[in-house]
Design a protein around this ligand. Structure first.
Ligand code: ADP
Length: 489
């Protein structure tokens, strides 16, 4: 498989290292409602494909309104008993789910990579361990909620509708489900249409650990299924991660309905490199910031601001580092950049790359490797000579495309970094602690990394400001959207 993807001319080439385990994938996947896998009342199905081979993996049920009704009803029925369980008992289920994810980690990682296109080393080392960590972390909170909200009475919100994107399918499911369950809510979860498989396998885990029927229901489908969840009268809370466009729509639809809402939306995050930074370390941060998961990361550091004296050095080193990134078979353990998640997304990215060139920016990439003939591929790239008005510097691309710009003073860096409608994340690189605190305080972003990038932990709240959304996931702050607080306890 990899022979096709990699050049064989260099004696320094890595050997092929494809994942050798075969994972069972059924021909058809039904909906998980009321603790059982059931056929969709809609009788409708759609195909999920492997974006690195374009081969169909399975048929997935497309849930219609009647199916969403059934899922919400199951969640409503399960709510009284689940919310009355002691926190300690709920915690036991969460611990069991976390342990089972760990036990089946390799299978989850392979499935995630086959369905979504991300490199196996990322799904193996990042997505799946973090998903387990989120269940472990929230298992710990389940019996300590009165300490999280000291002096207040804590009640669950009710039935939660949770809609997630395709970039971190299992991890996003864990981010949404774990705090909701810890706080005594029940859930209807909808994965993205291109990446349903790991959420459905997670439903198998729920069966295995004996999670009471209806506590979590997984309905698959596209935007219409999501809309049916959002607009369902018996949903008390909507949690959405996805595009800003759909987020705005959901905000309009839920306005005045009494439903509580959290949104985690797009981003155009800035990485700021000062001349005194450890440049080699910063290059690794830039690379992880924009090329991790093919740039399919809402907090991707897609705008790079470099202090003028080190601009040439950074660009030179970045070009050099780009050459060492291996694009190709996501199931190969040496692959750095896997497949783009779908043909439509590849077309979007290509449109932005063309626009970047048309508007006058200079394109840099290193297309040394032959790519497989099938699949959706994009060489990691960056642009120099970028103006703040260029489309590639303003709009979220959601691909491995970086805009490099320069600045002269910290004030200019801040002004330019904050000059965006988004505010999800930012990175600051300098060896001066005081400068880190000064700049970080003035950046309009929900998450700020200093001398690192794209590091996640279940105990750290994640979320945005401005058009990147509101509400936090992770940490104590991430529990807040899932509880109703009463007077003093
Ligand atoms: P992306 O551009 O990253 O695919 P989307 O916002 O389109 O992001 O999708 C994120 C999630 O939202 C997916 O699960 C998708 O099916 C769902 N979705 C899309 N349109 C709607 C909608 N109108 N209402 C609710 N959910 C939607």
């Amino acid at each position: 498989m990899m022979a096709e993807a990699q050049s064989t001319t260099s004696p320094w080439e890595y050997s092929d290292a494809p994942e050798s385990i075969q994972v069972d994938i059924a021909k058809k996947y039904q909906l998980f409602i009321g603790g059982k896998f059931v056929s969709p009342k809609s009788r409708s199905w759609f195909a999920t494909t492997n974006p690195s081979t374009e081969k169909k993996l399975a048929d997935i049920a497309s849930a219609g309104k009647a199916d969403v009704n059934a899922a919400v009803l199951a969640a409503r029925r399960a709510l009284p008993a689940w919310s009355k369980l002691t926190g300690c008992e709920r915690g036991k289920y969460l611990y069991a789910i976390a342990r089972r994810i760990q036990e089946r980690a390799r299978e989850f990682a392979i499935l995630e990579t086959m369905d979504g296109g991300k490199p196996i080393k990322e799904s193996r080392d990042v997505d799946i361990p973090l998903a387990a960590q989120h269940f472990f972390y929230h298992a710990g909170w389940a019996d300590k909620l009165e300490y999280a909200f000291s002096g207040r009475t804590v009640k669950p919100v009710g039935v939660c509708g949770q809609i997630i994107p395709w970039n971190f399918p299992l991890l996003m499911a864990a981010w949404k489900l774990a705090p909701a369950l810890a706080c005594g809510n029940t859930c209807v979860l909808k994965p993205a249409e291109t990446t349903s498989l790991t959420a459905l396998r997670l439903a198998e885990v729920f069966e295995e650990v004996g999670l009471p029927p209806g506590v979590v229901n997984v309905v698959t489908g596209a935007g219409e299924t999501g809309a049916a969840i959002v607009n369902h009268p018996n949903i008390q809370k909507v949690a959405f991660t996805g595009s800003t466009e759909v987020g705005k729509l959901i905000m309009n639809q839920t306005a005045g309905s009494g439903k509580s809402l959290t949104l985690e939306l797009g981003g155009k995050s800035a990485n700021i490199i000062f001349a005194d930074a450890a440049i080699d370390q910063a290059i690794e941060g830039i690379v992880s910031g924009i090329y991790f998961n093919q740039g399919h990361v809402c907090c991707a550091g897609s705008r790079l601001f470099v202090e003028e004296p080190v601009l040439d050095t950074v660009v030179k080193k970045l070009k050099h580092r780009l050459k060492s990134l291996r694009v190709g078979d996501p199931l190969d353990k040496n692959t750095d950049i896997g497949a783009i998640n779908s043909k439509a997304q590849l077309q979007t990215i290509q449109k932005y790359i063309d626009l970047g060139e048309d508007e006058g920016a200079t394109y840099h990439s290193c297309q040394t490797e032959r790519l497989p003939s099938k699949g959706y591929w994009c060489h990691p790239c960056f642009f120099t000579d970028v103006q703040p008005s260029h489309t590639i510097a303003r709009e979220e691309i959601f691909g491995p495309v970086l805009s490099v710009m320069s600045f002269r003073t910290p004030e200019e860096a801040l002004m330019r970094a904050n000059n965006t409608r988004y505010g999800l994340a930012a990175g600051v690189w300098t060896e001066k602690g005081a400068k880190i605190f000064d700049v970080a305080k003035k950046l309009d972003a929900g998450v700020i990394w200093c001398n690192t990038y794209n590091k996640f932990d279940a105990s750290s709240p994640f979320g945005g400001v401005k058009e990147s959304g509101f509400g936090r996931e992770g940490g104590i702050q991430g529990l807040r959207p899932y509880v109703k607080l009463g007077g003093t306890s």
